[in-house]
Design a protein around this ligand. Structure first.
Ligand code: ATP
Ligand code: MG
Length: 391
């Protein structure tokens, strides 16, 4: 009898022809996250991933693989061979592991994936049931049991009772590469996390107005990226100075259009980065009606710029729910640190609430849009941000 950890893959299993590729991506992530443990081996058996590790490391390995997108359940599991010699011992050991949980009822749930195995599920269930009834005070409840005893018959036989919830979603990279517009605020890190969870391999761009905004403000954004990297793996952060563009807008265009024009430039530069470095999507933390630039008019005018899909996963969420999400993923405390943002440098007193594409294009015709974008791209800096650390 061996102790292992099994990973259930949920949605990934629906992916037909791509399934194996998806599973291999998750195995790659598991390897990366468990490389500090000794004696790890990983294999597949009928659509689940199994991790062999030292018995003492099981709890720590469960924690290490929890953030991986695409895993639905993480389950300490007992493996026995098909001679069934250790079957009873394994069931008794499982009962021992749930002792003290206050359970009163159970249900046995056997599944025979290997159809050649001669003992059928019903018989396995009866055998588990008889063992439990003989050795404990637990009662059978087939409708609403306090816990299940699972038995999967595959290349080996696996028994388990306690399952921990994984993060779910789809493995990183299965929905292409995406570029997140990452400010220092509360919203954009959450938006980046949400799209990464849908399988987008996420890098980010941050706009600053140095020296009007400080280096410390940029450090804060790098810190946020480092927290995100804890979920996604190493992140590339493109750092772009918007100051010359803001100065040009300030000089040539109506004051109340500053915010919306800046946002159009952010989108243009994001589009240029996506084109140059091959990102198929752009993600922002925009939210309908939260601030003046996020009215329907504002969003339409911003959206007219890029040539690729723009994801706004927070668009219909309430702020209070976004904050709860930020707390859950661990970005909130960093986001609320007070540092200046590039948008606040030339903040208009009354930003335009109903901009139109035509009107904004008229203002932009006074600017050398292409030249300004080209110069910003030439001055672009690229940082590599690893999990939990800043370059
Ligand atoms: P956040 O909390 O993410 O800053 P917000 O509610 O403050 O959002 P805005 O400042 O209008 O809203 O920004 C909307 C979105 O535009 C942000 O979520 C982000 O995706 C992008 N954005 C804004 N400022 C920047 C910046 N300085 N660098 C990169 N992206 C930015
Ligand atoms: Mg902001």
């Amino acid at each position: 009898m061996d102790k292992l950890i099994s990973l259930s893959l949920g949605e990934v299993m629906l992916k037909g022809a791509n399934r194996n590729q998806f599973i291999d991506k998750i195995i790659g992530q598991v390897k990366r996250r468990t490389r500090d443990f000794s004696g790890i081996s990983i294999y597949k058996d009928f659509g689940k991933i199994y991790i062999n590790c030292n018995d003492d490391d099981i709890d720590a390995v469960v924690e290490a693989v929890k953030p991986i997108f695409g895993i639905v359940y993480i389950t300490p599991t007992l493996r026995i061979d098909k001679s069934m010699a250790s079957f009873d011992d394994a069931v008794l050991e499982l009962l021992e592991s749930v002792k003290g949980n206050g359970y009163k009822t159970f249900k046995a749930k056997a599944k025979r994936s290997d159809k050649h195995f001669e003992i059928h599920s019903d018989e396995l269930n009866r055998r588990i049931g008889a063992l439990v009834l003989r050795n404990t005070d637990l009662k059978v409840d087939v409708h609403h049991p306090d816990f299940h005893i699972f038995c999967d018959v595959k290349d080996s036989i696996y028994l388990y009772a306690t399952r921990y919830k994984g993060t779910g979603g789809l493995p990183i990279g299965t929905n292409g590469r995406g570029l997140l517009l990452l400010s220092g605020g509360i919203d954009s890190p959450v938006a980046g996390y949400m799209m990464a969870k849908r399988g987008v391999a996420m890098d980010c761009v941050h706009f600053h107005s140095y020296p009007f905004t400080s280096e410390r403000a940029e450090e804060k954004v790098k810190h946020l990226a480092a927290i995100l990297a804890g979920y996604t793996g190493t992140i590339r952060m493109y750092s772009c100075n918007l100051l010359d563009i803001q100065k040009a807008i300030n000089k040539q265009c109506p004051e109340d259009e500053m915010t919306i024009l800046s946002r159009r430039f952010m989108m243009r530069i994001a589009e240029a980065i996506a084109e140059k470095y091959d990102y198929q999507s752009i993600t922002t933390g925009e939210n309908l009606g939260q601030v003046a630039s996020q009215t329907i008019g504002g969003l339409n005018v911003t959206d007219a710029v890029p040539n690729r899909v723009v994801f706004r996963p927070l668009i219909g969420m309430d702020k209070i729910d976004i904050i709860a999400y930020a707390e859950k993923i661990g970005t909130y405390e960093t986001s609320i640190q007070p540092f200046e943002d590039c948008c606040s440098v030339f903040l208009p007193k009354h930003p335009k609430l109903r901009p139109t594409v035509k009107g904004i294009e008229r203002s932009e015709s006074k600017l050398d849009v292409e030249g300004l974008v080209r110069e910003a791209m030439e001055a672009l800096q690229i940082h590599t941000i690893k999990q939990g650390e800043i370059e």
